[in-house]
Design a protein around this ligand. Structure first.
Ligand code: PLP
Length: 383
């Protein structure tokens, strides 16, 4: 038996999405940059995909740039905007709980004379708006705050941040990878200039994402070559991926309410049962202000990695927040930023539900988890 509770890491592609993609591996293989009919047919399809996506996101179709991943989109936006606007300023802000691809992009810019500050978060992993206001400097160019955190699922106050950014004349980027379909993304209402998405987080294919880029703002490309996407992202279009991402996004929002209800019921039932059966645990973040498919739980006295591996042996797939390897055990920067008690630090496990989970699986996982925790605690040197 395999039980997949790692839907925040990636999701299984929807069969309906796959079906839409198939012709682009087979008969519709024209290069969208070719001048002939077969190419132009695909170019028209790309533009239609942009229109469909823009409608869902409440943005403009010609602001969409297709990328290979959200990692690429975040690199393009952070580095591209800062480099192109260095005459305006060399300072930017990112939240203290960003994904490693935002952190690494920010750090890379330090070598080029740029500076950045972290916007702190509260104990539930939500950015502190007053701190954000205080950290804006006369030469701040960009604020980057994710819409939903990938580890603890906390939802960030997009509209408020957008208002602050506007009032200070600072550009606003959000990594909205974990927001589909949990939040109704609204580029206009949120006041964002830049946004990143990744198809594989919402039952689309891996290897395709997008960068939404306000075309009134200067940006320097990071991938140069054949001039696709108005010179902002060179490389042959991933036709099947783009078509798949568009279909997945449409389905995600068309079926949003029943999906949210389903994952929330599973998640809440799991939490109730776990809290009943396992002692000395705590929830990271607030149960209300988080996406309804996420739980991040600390198990006192045990390494999260040990739980993960034990569950994996039983065919149950979850994640920890921390990036670690056998040589290098690191505490999650998200959990650290939330100021969590040291005794719980490395013991967190993320459970993320999805479209294909069911209640029977929850019962099975709770029973296995209770046994795992009991067994590991017997060996624990820290209890
Ligand atoms: N940003 C967030 C919040 C994520 O959760 C992820 C994926 O884990 C990424 C960015 C990177 O996305 P991709 O896998 O498309 O590179």
């Amino acid at each position: 038996m395999q039980i997949y509770l790692d839907n925040a890491a990636t999701t299984k592609i929807d069969k309906r999405v796959l079906k839409k993609m198939m012709p682009y591996f087979d008969t519709k293989y024209g290069n969208a940059s070719s001048i002939h009919f077969m190419g132009q047919e695909n170019d028209i399809k790309i533009n239609q995909c942009k229109k469909d996506i823009a409608k869902i996101l409440h943005g403009q179709a010609d602001n969409i740039i297709f990328t290979s991943t959200a990692t690429e989109a975040n690199n393009l936006i952070i580095k591209g905007v800062m480099r192109a606007n260095s005459d305006k300023g060399k300072h930017f802000l990112i939240s203290a709980i960003e994904h490693p691809c935002v952190l690494a992009s920010a750090r890379e810019l330090l070598d080029e004379g740029f500076r950045f500050d972290y916007i702190p978060v509260d104990k539930n992993g939500v950015v502190l708006l007053e701190e954000l206001k205080k950290k804006i400097k006369p030469d701040t160019v960009l604020i980057s705050v994710m819409a939903v955190n990938n580890e603890v699922g906390s939802i960030q106050p997009m509209e408020e941040i957008g208002k602050i950014a506007r009032s200070k004349g600072v550009y606003f980027h959000t990594d909205a990878v974990q927001a589909v379909p949990y939040l109704k993304i609204n580029i206009k209402k949120w006041g964002v200039d830049f946004l990143s998405l990744s198809a594989h987080k919402f039952y689309g294919p891996q290897g395709v994402g997008l960068a939404y880029v306000n075309k009134d703002v200067k940006i320097r490309p990071i991938i140069v070559g054949g001039g696709q996407e108005n010179g902002l992202r060179a490389g042959t279009y991933n036709m099947a991926g783009i078509v798949g991402m568009t279909e997945a996004l449409k389905l995600a929002y068309a079926e949003r309410s029943e999906y949210l209800k389903k994952v929330k019921e599973l998640r809440d039932y799991f939490w109730k049962e776990v809290a009943k059966k396992i002692k000395n645990i705590r929830l990271n973040g607030d149960l209300k202000n988080r996406v309804p498919n996420n739980l991040n739980i600390m198990f006192e006295g045990i390494e999260g990695e040990a739980i993960l591996i034990d569950l994996s042996v039983s065919g149950i797939y979850v994640s920890t927040g921390s990036a670690c390897s056998a040589q290098n055990l690191k505490v999650s920067s998200v959990i650290t930023a939330m100021g969590i008690d040291k005794k719980y630090m490395n013991s967190n496990v993320r459970f993320s539900w999805g479209r294909y989970n069911n209640k029977k699986e929850v019962d099975y996982v709770v029973a296995k988890l209770a046994k795992t925790v009991e067994r590991l605690r017997k060996f624990s040197p820290i209890r």
